[in-house]
Design a protein around this ligand. Structure first.
Ligand code: PMP
Length: 289
């Protein structure tokens, strides 16, 4: 596997960062997960925009332009000879002293991995995922801005541990007020009385690229959209539920906290979103050829 690291495509065994990198010492950095289908990178510019916004929000000055980062991403996919897969693009604060100050870090490091990912076994796409409500909360926006896709994922990791220990593969994370924010690595959507409902970004959801795609598709499919504060009651009483994320794509949910959602099977509206998403993902995107 060839990894893009600070200007060069190198062998995986050569792709090394300093132990003094603040990405490792403090989780100080930003990242993106991006998919490609049929040799086309899905929503590449949008991901790079979000990456640059995340960097800006944490005062991480980047020495590359957006166009360059798009090109390096394309180069990495091409160098690995993959038609379909998943890209992990990470920018760290770079190597600095043992102190917290980012101002002592010389320059950011960037690496790009083009590989494959299968987040959940196929049976969960066919039959629906089981969710639990995690005790670990999303940090308050004043603590960690939810729009920033930073390397600071420990709260999500702890929430994921809870889900797995409870025999589920994903978990719902609530915000400080006890309202639903999102899942540990996915955004959440409900269908109720023919409407699509999803929590507000200001309630602690990541402004997911797949979330944006679903909101666009809702317009095309003529499904009314309601972005609003949501709590567990809304999930328990929903007709359908599904999650979205670059790695997970669009996946139906069958239960929360061992209570069936709707009739406990992937719903009809969910299936329409899954098909529309597939069609779009497989036919659009930045070509690597
Ligand atoms: N929420 C969290 C916490 C995530 O890590 C992700 C994955 N990036 C998402 C939502 C989904 O976002 P996207 O559709 O941009 O992958």
């Amino acid at each position: 596997m060839k990894i893009w690291l600070d200007g060069k495509l190198v062998e995986e065994s050569e792709a090394k960062l300093s132990v003094f990198d603040h990405g490792i010492l403090y989780g100080d950095g930003v990242f993106e997960g991006i998919r490609f289908y049929n040799r086309r990178i899905f929503r590449l510019e949008e991901h790079i925009e979000r990456l640059f916004d995340s960097a800006k929000a944490i005062v991480l000055n980047l020495p590359w332009t957006k166009e360059e980062v798009c090109q390096y991403t394309i180069d990495t996919v091409r160098a690995n000879g993959l038609d379909d897969g998943y890209i992990r693009l990470v920018i760290t604060r770079g190597s600095g002293g043992l102190g917290l100050s980012p101002y002592l870090c010389e320059k950011p490091s960037m690496f790009i991995i083009a590989s494959t990912i299968k987040l959940y076994p196929q049976e969960h796409y066919d039959n629906g995922l089981t969710l639990i409500t995690c005790a670990t909360r999303r940090p308050a926006p004043a603590a960690l801005m939810p729009q920033v896709k930073s390397l600071n994922y420990l709260n999500n990791v702890m929430a994921k541990v809870e889900a797995i220990q409870a025999g589920a593969l994903e978990g719902v994370m609530l915000n400080e007020q006890g309202n639903v924010a999102e899942c540990t690595g996915d955004n959440i959507f409900l269908i109720k009385d023919g409407k699509l409902i999803t929590p507000l970004v200001s309630d602690g959801a990541l402004d997911g690229i797949t979330r944006r795609v679903i909101l666009e598709l809702a317009d095309q499919l003529e499904v009314p959209v309601v972005e609003r504060t949501m709590n567990r009651y809304d999930i328990f009483t929903a007709d359908e539920c599904f999650l979205t994320g670059t790695a997970a794509e669009v996946i139906p949910v069958k239960s929360l906290d061992r209570r069936e959602i709707g009739d406990g099977k992937p719903g009809e509206v969910t299936q329409r979103f899954i098909s529309a998403f597939r069609e779009l993902a497989e036919s659009t995107g930045a070509s690597i050829d």
